[in-house]
Design a protein around this ligand. Structure first.
Ligand code: ATP
Ligand code: LTN
Length: 326
């Protein structure tokens, strides 16, 4: 299994419930590789000091969420140069037309109209390289990444069609509950660090988290009843999804629990559940951040192991396309 997250902002509960939580649950079943996608992050302008800080915070949070570095290979993307090397080769097997159709490129180029750089356009090819170079079976991500996995599979199939079975074709691994956590302020758009009002950050103070949940948008009807109806009541359904992921309860159990109580009781209960879910993670993240030497030892060992696996695939690809062995 392999996945990554861009250190482009603070991690939020969408990242946790949609991605990281599932990663941590699979370490015993799979050989797992997880990384901080710093190379992807510079497709949008970053403050260099902030980027460094966020990469380390993200690593500490990964570990605090249960990704044991003894069982999972944790590394920083830019420490394994073969990602970029494979991306160059894959560029030559990816069409301009297919990259132009990517939703994320369309969204981000609209949002950053003053900086529509080639890296932003090429983002999916680097992501395909990140994935294919480890020959994973599964890529655990949130729903919004499905299109990126699709194009990765298309590129791999095209390459395999020419050179034989070089790449394993990966499957997206997307959870049912938590795959798309919506914004608390605007439940028709996904929770995202670029819209901080409706976004609950993993390292946020408990009182701020509770306040955000108390203010969460429920629905415009006056029913005031906790019932799972995503079409009619997207805000309530989203809160139920968060509560279900945080507590492990089913939607039916939640409906029973809050029967006759209304949103006034439900919203703070969801907030409390999230605060409790995050409490140990926050404490452990802070503890790890104070131990820079340990974090350094983790990302060094991770990069070494990742590079070993990645280089094997890269050598195979170089040979197939006709490069002379150095
Ligand atoms: P941006 O604000 O830049 O769009 P983001 O907050 O959406 O970023 P990403 O870095 O794009 O986060 O995503 C990291 C991982 O978290 C991906 O696997 C993504 O699918 C998942 N993820 C992000 N937002 C959500 C969400 N709201 N619900 C479920 N999963 C999510
Ligand atoms: N685009 C992903 C981050 C990412 C990724 C990857 C995820 C970069 N490379 C490879 C899975 C596999 C995102 O979360 N926005």
């Amino acid at each position: 299994m392999l996945s990554g997250i861009q250190p482009s902002g603070e991690l939020h509960i969408g990242n946790y419930l949609g991605a990281i939580k599932n990663w941590a649950e699979r370490a015993d079943e799979y050989d797992c590789y997880y990384f901080m996608a710093d190379m992807h992050t510079i497709t949008v302008r970053q403050d260099p000091a902030e980027l460094r800080r966020r990469v380390l915070t993200q690593l500490a949070t990964y570990i605090a969420c249960g990704l044991d570095p003894e069982k999972n290979t944790l590394f920083i993307q830019s420490h394994v140069p073969s990602h970029a090397q494979l991306a160059w080769v894959l560029n030559c097997y990816t069409m301009f037309g297919e990259l132009s159709r990517m939703t994320q490129f369309k969204d981000k180029s609209a949002r950053h109209a003053d900086n529509i750089n080639a890296g932003l356009f090429d983002y999916p090819v680097l992501m395909a390289a990140d994935i294919l170079i480890y020959q994973p079976d599964y890529v655990p991500v949130g729903e919004d990444q499905r299109q990126h996995i699709e194009i990765c599979r298309d590129i791999a199939n095209r390459f395999n069609g020419i050179y034989g079975d070089v790449f394993k074709i990966p499957e997206p691994f997307i959870q049912k509950v938590g795959a798309r956590v919506m914004s608390l302020a605007t439940p028709d758009s996904k929770m995202s660090k670029s819209q901080p009002e409706g976004c609950v950050f993993m390292l946020e103070k408990p009182e701020d988290i509770l306040r955000k949940f108390k203010r969460a948008v429920t629905d415009s009807d006056r029913e005031n009843c906790v019932r799972y109806a995503p079409e009619e009541k997207p805000g309530v359904a989203n809160l139920m999804q968060i509560y279900a992921s945080a507590t492990g309860k089913s939607y039916e159990e939640i409906e029973k629990e809050f029967d006759g109580q209304g949103y006034g009781a439900f919203k703070p209960a969801v907030g409390e559940a999230v605060v409790e879910m995050l409490r140990p993670i926050q404490a452990e993240t802070q503890r790890l951040l104070a131990d820079k030497a340990y974090l350094e030892s983790v990302y060094r060992a991770g990069a070494e192991k990742a590079a070993y696996v990645a280089n094997k695939t890269l050598r195979k690809v170089y040979k197939k396309v006709g490069f002379i062995q150095p």
